[in-house]
Write a protein that binds this ligand. Structure first.
Ligand SMILES: Nc1nc2c(ncn2[C@@H]2O[C@H](COP(=O)(O)OP(=O)(O)OP(=O)(O)O)[C@@H](O)[C@H]2O)c(=O)[nH]1
Ligand SMILES: [Mg+2]
Length: 499
């Protein structure tokens, strides 16, 4: 590359020199010819040429200086817009969350979606969803905007059955717009609710919505638009089929729509168009066909997207990343729940074995025996809390006191004694009942600690008692107790056989 440039400069220099020689020769010849006529004329000519040369040199020095002077440093790129920065931060947080998901398939799916968001933010392409009730002319509008027939336009409701997306370029806008035509909403058909859910989902993921109507707003249409506006969606209302209205009526009906949305949508965001005007018969008997007119929509679209495009995109990306984030959180929570369950399961049968092997003299000691500090530390770790064994002990002890204080230890023993068909009076003497009760209390304690760690090491408004009480209520159903007793007996029998 460098060598090529050297050759070009050398060639250019030689060519310039040759040109200069030709020019000097030419000037001298003219001067010679003029000298034959009059020496004064020849001198005048030479003077003129010299002035010209000096002017040319001056001119080249001035512009050469402008061209060659050290360039001013490029201005530092303008800081990304605040919303874009927020969206970028959200995407980084999302990627970290996704990395914590252990299920490979779920992780790959979410990773792909979060990468798609990053690409969308980079590309700056915008998604526009056209929606509205059936037969308002959504497909006609899309066809007309694209200048191409891509979807079926038909009078009966429900002619569009699945959403379809097309790329659209508008003069004056750099980005590609992805225009989605959707099936009509609020149709009284079997597929109605399912379609509505699909369209709502598409609408929620769009950067801009074109809400097509062809009449004064129905209450249901208004309610739908309000829902989307509440979600923070940007909406342009497209009043279609204006060819059907005499001018005076049109002004009134448009004013009515604008006033309905008075507090939510700017008047200029309600535009009137005729996507596919119908031919009308004039009093003379002739047929007149008006041309389609989308100009007000195209002008508004260009203005909105130019001014707000980047912000709208960032807002949608943020919304989409929050959604993915909550899916990721749910997955992580389920994954942690399973890990915690395995830990609780393990400790409950260990404790059952220990207690059954050397029964305790009093009920009060049972809770202390059932809550293992190591279990607390392990459960904490599942929820990313690093506890020392000392801290685990303190927590275990305070929970044991609560279980005893609330009468849950006695309650549990009674439940299990009944389940094992042992009289309550002799329950304390029964190794099996003591072992099963210890396991049961380990479970209640473990589940309570899960709630505590999930809430960020916080027992919540009702304190530790409320959490423990709730877990006891959740785990005392008769069917559950019966299964638990069966499992306890099986585990204890097995231990006895082994020991
Ligand atoms: N007079 C008039 N009729 C129109 C205009 N635009 C569309 N139509 C007619 O309205 C009817 C429905 O048009 P579509 O584009 O299929 O409506 P849609 O909203 O896509 O309908 P679905 O897909 O069923 O929800 C057709 O008969 C169109 O010819 C218009 O600007 N003026
Ligand atoms: Mg359609």
């Amino acid at each position: 590359m460098k060598q090529l440039r050297l050759w070009v400069i050398l060639g250019g220099g030689l060519l310039g020199l040759a040109g200069l020689l030709v020019l000097v020769d030419f000037v001298l010849r003219i001067q010679g010819a003029l000298a034959l006529i009059s020496p004064l004329l020849a001198q005048g000519f030479l003077l003129l040429v010299m002035v010209g040369v000096i002017a040319a040199i001056g001119y080249s020095i001035y512009y050469g200086h402008l061209f060659l002077r050290p360039r001013r440093q490029r201005p530092t790129p303008t800081l990304p817009d605040e919303k874009v920065a927020v969206a970028q931060t959200a995407l980084t947080a999302l990627a970290q969350q996704v990395a914590q998901i252990q299920d490979q398939v779920a992780q790959a799916a979410l990773r792909e979606q979060s990468q798609q968001l990053a690409t969308d933010l980079d590309l700056q392409d915008l998604r526009i969803v056209v929606f509205g009730v059936g037969s308002v002319g959504k497909t006609a509008l899309v066809n007309q905007l694209l200048g191409d027939i891509v979807g079926t336009v038909a009078a009966p409701l429900g002619s569009t059955t699945v959403a379809a997306t097309y790329p659209l370029r508008l003069p004056g806008l750099e980005q590609t717009l992805w225009l989605t035509d959707t099936p009509g909403l609020l149709e009284a058909s079997a597929e109605g609710p399912e379609r509505e859910a699909q369209v709502r989902h598409l609408a929620a993921e769009a950067d801009l919505l074109l809400f097509v109507i062809d009449n004064d707003l129905r209450q249901s249409e208004y309610a739908l638009a309000c829902d989307l506006l509440k979600m923070g969606k940007r909406l342009v209302v497209v009043f279609n089929k204006v060819d059907l209205y005499p001018e005076a009526d049109l002004a009134a009906v448009l004013a009515a729509v604008r006033s309905r949305f008075q507090h939510q949508i700017a008047p200029e965001d309600v535009v009137d168009v005729a996507a596919q005007p119908q031919a009308v018969q004039l009093p003379s008997g002739e047929w007149a066909q008006m041309d389609p007119d989308l100009w007000p929509l195209e002008a508004r679209l260009t203005a909105v997207l130019r001014e707000e495009g980047a912000d709208l995109l960032a807002e949608t990306i943020l919304l989409r990343s929050q959604r993915l984030g909550s899916t990721a959180r749910d997955l992580i929570d389920a994954q942690r729940g399973q890990q915690a369950d395995r830990i609780i399961d393990r400790y409950q049968w260990i404790n059952a074995g220990v207690v059954a092997a050397s029964p305790l003299p009093g009920v009060d000691l049972l809770a202390t025996a059932a809550i293992n500090a190591q279990m607390v530390v392990e459960l904490g770790k599942v929820y990313q809390w690093d506890l020392s064994l000392e801290e685990g002990k303190t927590l275990a002890l305070s929970l044991a006191r609560t279980l005893t204080g609330l009468g849950i230890v006695k309650g549990a023993m009674t439940l299990l004694a009944v389940g094992m068909q042992v009289t309550v009076a002799t329950a304390l003497a029964s190794r099996a009942v003591q072992g099963a009760s210890a396991a049961y209390l380990t479970r209640i304690a473990g589940k309570s600690f899960v709630a505590y760690f999930r809430q960020g090491q916080d027992w919540g408004d009702g304190g530790v008692s409320a959490v423990v009480e709730q877990q006891f209520q959740l785990n005392r159903r008769e069917a559950f107790i019966q299964d638990f007793v069966k499992e306890a007996i099986a585990v204890l029998d097995q231990r006895e056989a082994q020991g």
